[in-house]
Ligand binder design. Structure first.
Ligand code: NAD
Ligand code: ZN
Length: 239
């Protein structure tokens, strides 16, 4: 059966890459965008309008209020067995890379280190003037917008908003890991949007064994990839 095949590949793997999306946090109670949950529309505005560079320029306070709402939701969420299994894997293989599209910080909360964050992190701000990055663990924030510890200008969320570029080098580092992977996991992401779609393709082309873990597999990684249909929090600990 598929799970045994995956186990056999994982047992002999030296380099493992895991790419995660919103689905890995679904069992922690974090709403996915496409899964609804009230987070896709807030005060009548779609997330695509709220989370945009235009809104940062025109109404930074509104952007922060929306992020405060999301930070508040996520502050009460704990890592689930999928995050925990992935955190254990970092010491199981000679080479391990975790790449996430999530901004919730739950991988780090579960103990993962050196997480390659493609879309930034809700718990950090970035200066609109000097670009300094500051940790913002407290919720609610004392002031909106929070200010830069270096130059006192307004911080914006250190998150990639709709229409913005990825942090410099993030995709390149993820692609490098994908090129060298023996096993590449795609967990909880619909993998239709760049770069999520490209990374398993890159890995598959270089001969990696690609495994998708998703209750509704999207076909990531092409025809030779294996799909484990189910919840990440149930399947990953079994692997
Ligand atoms: P997405 O496109 O990554 O889709 C979510 C996927 O998760 C779907 O394919 C769904 O079938 C799958 N899924 C649902 N429950 C699952 C489970 N228990 N185990 C495994 N897979 C499961 O995510 P999206 O919500 O459409 O978001 C698009 C972008 O926004 C991504 O960058 C995403 O990471 C980001 N986002 C992040 C968070 C977060 O930080 N937790 C939340 C919402 C959105
Ligand atoms: Zn500054």
């Amino acid at each position: 059966m598929e799970l045994d095949r995956v186990r056999a590949e994982v047992a002999k793997a030296e380099r493992v890459v895991v790419l995660t999306g919103a689905g890995v946090s679904a069992e922690s109670g974090v709403p996915t965008f496409r899964g609804g949950g009230g987070a896709a529309v807030w005060r009548g505005l779609p997330a695509t309008t709220l989370s945009s560079a235009e809104m940062v320029a025109s109404d930074l306070n509104l952007v922060w209020e929306w992020f405060e709402y999301r930070r508040g939701l996520i502050a009460s969420c704990a890592p689930n067995p999928a995050h925990e299994a992935i955190a254990r894997w970092q010491t199981r293989f000679p080479g391990f890379t975790l790449v996430t599209q999530n901004v919730d910080g739950l991988h780090q909360k579960a103990g993962s280190r050196d997480v390659l964050e493609l879309h930034g992190n809700l718990w950090r701000g970035r200066c609109t003037r000097c670009r300094m990055v500051a940790e913002l663990p407290e919720t609610p924030l004392g002031e909106i917008p929070p200010t830069c510890p270096a130059c006192a200008s307004a911080l914006r969320p250190d998150v990639v908003l709709f229409g913005e570029m990825l942090p410099p080098g993030a995709f390149e580092r993820a692609a490098q890991a994908a090129e060298r992977a023996d096993v590449f996991f795609v967990v909880g992401t619909s993998a239709v949007v760049w770069p999520a779609a490209d990374l398993p393709e890159i890995a598959a082309r270089r001969g990696a064994f690609v495994v998708e873990v998703n209750p509704e597999p999207s076909g990531a990684g092409g025809a030779r990839a294996v799909a484990l249909a189910g919840k990440a929090g149930e399947l990953l600990p079994e692997i």
